[in-house]
Design a protein around this ligand. Sequence first.
Ligand SMILES: Nc1ncnc2c1ncn2[C@@H]1O[C@H](COP(=O)(O)OP(=O)(O)OP(=O)(O)O)[C@@H](O)[C@H]1O
Ligand SMILES: [Mg+2]
Length: 254
Amino acid sequence: MTALTTPPPLLEAHGLSKVYGGFAAVGGVDLSVRAATVHALIGPNGAGKTTLFRLLTGEVRPTAGRVLLDGTDIGGRRPHVIARRGMTQTFQITSLFRQLTPLESVQLAMLATAGHAGRLWGRAATAHRDDALGLLDRVGLADFALAQSGALSHGDQRALEIALALATRPRLLLMDEPTAGMSPPETERVVQLVSGLVHAEGLTVVLSEHDVDVVFGVSDTVTVLHQGRVIASGSPAAVRADHRVATVYLGEGG
Ligand SMILES: Nc1ncnc2c1ncn2[C@@H]1O[C@H](COP(=O)(O)OP(=O)(O)OP(=O)(O)O)[C@@H](O)[C@H]1O
Ligand SMILES: [Mg+2]
């Protein structure tokens, strides 16, 4: 049986729902994310993408359904416990990080991950310096390692956010609209960065993105949400050819 030789999905959702006052923001979603792939969640405004992300990361408790990471039910676990199992997400840079250099920021994230948060400041100047420089190089920020993070361009700040997430050494990275507010070239850069990490390092990425052309270009699997439900899921070509997708989503822009 070929099914026995296929590795299990890294992340799964079964019958996942979130009901707010009788309204199902997410209504019975099944999802299967294979390791070392880019899996996109797309859908019109209000389709339930952000709610689904928050269910997957444990920020929001499901009304029903289960989330499995590596076959283990992570339902009800706190986000930091889930993070220790290798799943993380990108966060917007906080005001603290905006005052640091990208190098300092990544060093701090690495120190915190290694469990030395109480002794951060004394050691930050030297700790993990080479690793941090290497990581900044991988996300295209080598030339800005000593700049002030808050002064970076929008695209460079998103790249730094990805570096900070990667500093925790995740296997699975969740990104809800990582390219929001970016110019097309900045979007292209971030998307190429992410897909490069997937292919070179075996990272697994789940992302949402409004630019459908970008999604189809970079994703291995695309899941389309509409009114809280999955209406199509598969390869970009299969999803592109699905008439329901064209009707509820792709047709919108003409
Ligand atoms: N905390 C909440 N309480 C009540 N309703 C909510 C809550 N969070 C989300 N919703 C509703 O659930 C639906 C899905 O919202 P969600 O933000 O998940 O959509 P989305 O696909 O991320 O949309 P967008 O493309 O605009 O980011 C929307 O109708 C929204 O108003
Ligand atoms: Mg959203």
